[in-house]
Design a protein around this ligand. Structure first.
Ligand code: ADP
Ligand code: 2DT
Ligand code: MG
Length: 220
C-alpha cells in the first residue's frame, strides 16, 4: 500500500517516425532519471511479448494478414492490457517512459487511407487510457532520417506510409495537449539535453498536475 506522502511517477511518452531516435533517447532518458535517483521503467508499444503482441508481431513482419480495423483494435488492446500495471507503477512513484503510444496507434492506422478508418475513428479506443504527462515528439526531416539508414523489412517501413504518417502526426498533435516538439535532427547528446529539460519541467509540475489523468477525445 502507498503512503500519502509518496510522490507519483510521471508518464512520459516518446513518439516519432521511424529512425527519429526514439529508442536511443528512451534509453538515455532512463539512465538520466535513474542517476537522478528516480525509480524508472522503460516500456514500448507494441509489447510483442503478450498473446495480443504476438499477433501484432506476425502482422508487422508480414507473416499474417489482418483487416485494418481489426489490427488497429489489437494495437489498442495491447495498451489496455498494460494500462493497470502502468497506473500501479505511477501510483507507487515509478516514472514510466513509453516508446510509442496511442499517437502512433491512431496515426499509422489512419495513414492507410481506408475510407472507414479516419483519424477520429482511430482515436476512439484510446479514450480512457492513462494520459501522458508529456508526449515528446521527436521531429525529423525525411532527409535526416534517410541518413540514418534505409527502411527495414516490416510493414509500414516505406516512403508512402512515412510521408502520410508525418502529416497525420502534425494534425493529431494540433488536437492534443501536453505535446513537446523536439528537434531530433541534432546530435544524440543535444537531443538528449533538450529532452531532459522538458522532462525536468514536467516532473517539477507534477504536484500541480495532480493525479494521473486519462486520455480524452480529440479537440475539433
Ligand atoms: P527509432 O527508435 O526512432 O526508430 P533509434 O533510436 O533506433 O530510432 O535510432 C535509429 C538509428 O539512428 C540508430 O542507428 C541510431 O544510432 C541512430 N540515431 C539515433 N539518434 C541519432 C542522432 N541524434 N544522430 C545520429 N544518429 C542517430
Ligand atoms: P517499432 O517496434 O519499430 O517501434 O515499430 N504501430 C505502433 C502501429 O501501427 N500502431 C500502434 O499502436 C503502435 C504502438 C508503428 C512498430 C510499428 O508499429 C506501428 C511501427
Ligand atoms: Mg525504436
Amino acid at each position: 500500500s502507498q503512503s500519502a506522502s509518496t510522490r507519483r511517477g510521471a508518464l512520459i511518452v516518446v513518439e516519432g517516425l521511424d529512425r527519429a531516435g526514439k529508442s536511443s533517447q528512451c534509453e538515455m532518458l532512463r539512465e538520466y532519471l535513474s542517476k537522478g535517483g528516480n525509480a524508472v521503467k522503460y516500456i514500448r508499444f507494441p509489447d510483442r511479448t503478450t498473446p495480443i503482441g504476438q499477433l501484432i508481431d506476425s502482422y508487422l513482419r508480414g507473416s499474417a494478414n489482418q483487416d485494418d480495423h481489426s489490427i488497429h483494435l489489437l494495437f489498442s488492446a495491447n495498451r489496455w492490457e498494460l494500462a493497470k500495471s502502468i497506473e500501479q507503477d505511477i501510483a507507487s512513484g515509478t516514472t514510466v517512459i513509453v516508446d510509442r503510444y496511442s499517437y502512433s496507434g491512431a496515426v499509422y492506422s489512419a495513414a492507410k487511407g481506408n475510407p472507414t478508418l479516419s483519424l477520429d475513428w482511430a482515436w476512439l479506443p484510446e479514450i480512457g487510457l492513462p494520459r501522458p504527462d508529456i508526449c515528446l515528439f521527436l521531429s525529423i526531416s525525411a532527409e535526416e532520417a534517410a541518413k540514418r539508414g534505409g527502411y527495414g523489412a516490416e510493414r509500414y517501413e516505406n516512403e508512402t506510409m512515412q510521408t502520410r504518417v508525418r502529416e497525420l502526426f502534425r494534425s493529431l498533435f494540433g488536437r492534443q495537449e501536453d505535446i513537446a516538439v523536439i528537434d531530433a535532427g541534432k546530435s544524440l547528446e543535444e537531443v538528449s539535453i533538450d529532452i531532459q529539460s522538458v522532462v525536468a519541467d514536467c516532473i517539477g509540475r507534477l504536484d500541480a498536475t495532480g493525479p494521473l489523468r486519462t486520455l480524452g477525445p480529440l479537440a475539433k
